[in-house]
Design a protein around this ligand. Structure first.
Ligand SMILES: Nc1ncnc2c1ncn2[C@@H]1O[C@H](COP(=O)(O)OP(=O)(O)O)[C@@H](O)[C@H]1O
Ligand SMILES: [Mg+2]
Length: 391
């Protein structure tokens, strides 16, 4: 034991400052987002003349720098406003934090507290909770720019809040509010009523995925600070970038891979992060992901996955094969099986979660079917089966 700890302690030969690779770290520069930063700054600039900026909707796949860029522009705006003595307040809330969106009440309480108006612990009626929140905005005597990150979560759980927020300005006396919504999903507002929808997306801003070269640039800046000299070789960096570019241009994934690769090197007592370490890190992250996703699947989906695992040795499975196995498992546990159509949809969901990869193939006059490749799963089979044992 002592030996393990001692060798670990003496072998800090990989990272200079590992926290630079943490997702919460806000870098000083955001390469390849110049255009988005400038557009967003332009949209918010009216606040510096005490005019209410338009409400803005920001779209883009995960890891394209939406959150980082918005916080960056927001804090710059606040800084410049303060220098000029103009009252602008930038408020950020992540609706993806589970508890916040459970009820309207929670969100109002959170925001009011953030703005310095304490909320009683005992429950208020929602209308009064809203009044307290509205008062906390008015207290600011400012243009309040409210960022709602992961807006899709709020839309799903409490769409009424959006209706309320988008009409709030008519009730405020001393402040004005402008809303920035951030989402991964282009259809986020499709279920929202037309007026609220057009009000919230007065301006749109799109964050395109990064390509491999752009991710490499981002990683070069971060890794110079994060790793000691000569630890990370260029080949490994390019390998990470190419992988992340394939995963919808996700900078988050790239940073995570670098961190895990570095940790693997460290654990092996090596001071080199090369392509081989990265490949191992990819396998590890994929399996961590598959395991955590599996834990949260609904019961029928677990049975479908179990049916796939049962025939994992076959290189290709078709929807019909999987359905057969699933139907058996379902009736064994006394459940009415879902329809073939529904199972096919769930296979599609598995694909977008990265659990399986599949493609639709045409079988001439026999119609179309989905061919499922089980390659991703076979290395995980034992672990997944253990997880699904009681499913
Ligand atoms: N252009 C960039 N330069 C440096 N780091 C970036 C850039 N874009 C994203 N990142 C980093 O990648 C991670 C994910 O970015 P984030 O803004 O959270 O993405 P999103 O909100 O679009 O999912 C964060 O750690 C962020 O600092
Ligand atoms: Mg984000």
């Amino acid at each position: 034991m002592t030996r393990i700890f001692e060798s670990f302690a003496s072998k800090g030969q990989v990272f200079r400052s590992k926290h630079v690779l943490q997702l919460s770290y806000v870098p000083e520069r955001l390469p390849h987002r110049e255009q988005q930063l400038e557009q967003l700054a332009g949209m918010l600039a009216p606040a510096l003349r005490m005019e209410i900026p338009s409400n803005i909707l920001i779209y883009g796949k995960p890891g394209t720098g939406k959150t980082a860029s918005t916080i960056f522009v927001g804090s710059e705006l606040e800084r410049i406003a303060a220098e000029k003595g103009i009252r602008v307040r930038f408020v950020y809330v992540n609706a993806g934090l589970k508890k916040l969106t459970d009820t309207e009440y929670r969100l109002y309480a959170y925001l009011a507290n953030l703005l310095g108006r304490p909320f009683p612990h005992t429950g208020l009626p929602t209308s009064q909770a809203y009044e307290t929140f509205a008062q906390s905005i008015d207290d600011q005597k400012s243009i309040v720019i409210l960022v709602i990150d992961e807006l899709d979560v709020l839309v799903k759980k409490n769409p009424d809040v959006l209706y309320t927020l988008s009409r709030m300005n008519s009730e405020l006396k001393n402040s004005k509010i402008s809303i920035i919504g951030i989402t991964n999903n282009l259809n986020t507002l499709s279920s929202v009523d037309a007026r609220t929808k057009s009000s919230l997306s007065e301006e749109d801003l799109i964050f395109p995925p990064y390509n491999a070269d752009q991710i490499a640039d981002i990683l070069r800046e971060r890794s110079q600070e994060a790793f000691l000299r000569d630890v990370l070789d260029e080949d490994a960096l390019l390998f990470v970038s190419a992988h992340a570019a394939k995963a919808h241009g996700d900078a988050r994934r790239a940073l995570e891979l670098l961190r895990v690769s570095g940790e693997m090197a460290e654990r092996e007592g090596s001071n080199k992060v090369n392509r081989e370490k990265v490949a191992k890190a990819i396998t590890k992250l994929d399996s961590d992901h598959a395991l955590s996703v599996t834990k949260t699947l609904p019961h029928h989906n677990k049975l479908i996955l179990k049916a796939i695992l049962g025939r994992c040795d076959e290189p290709h499975l078709f929807t019909g094969d999987i359905y057969e196995g699933y139907e058996q498992l379902a009736s064994d546990s006394g459940l009415t099986p879902l329809t073939l159509r529904r199972v096919s949809d769930i296979l599609n969901e598995f694909d977008s979660m990265g659990l399986i990869s599949s493609k639709i193939i045409s079988r001439g006059r026999y119609g179309r079917t989905r061919a499922v490749s089980t390659k991703n799963l076979s290395s995980l089979r034992t672990k997944l089966e253990r997880l699904l044992i009681h499913a």
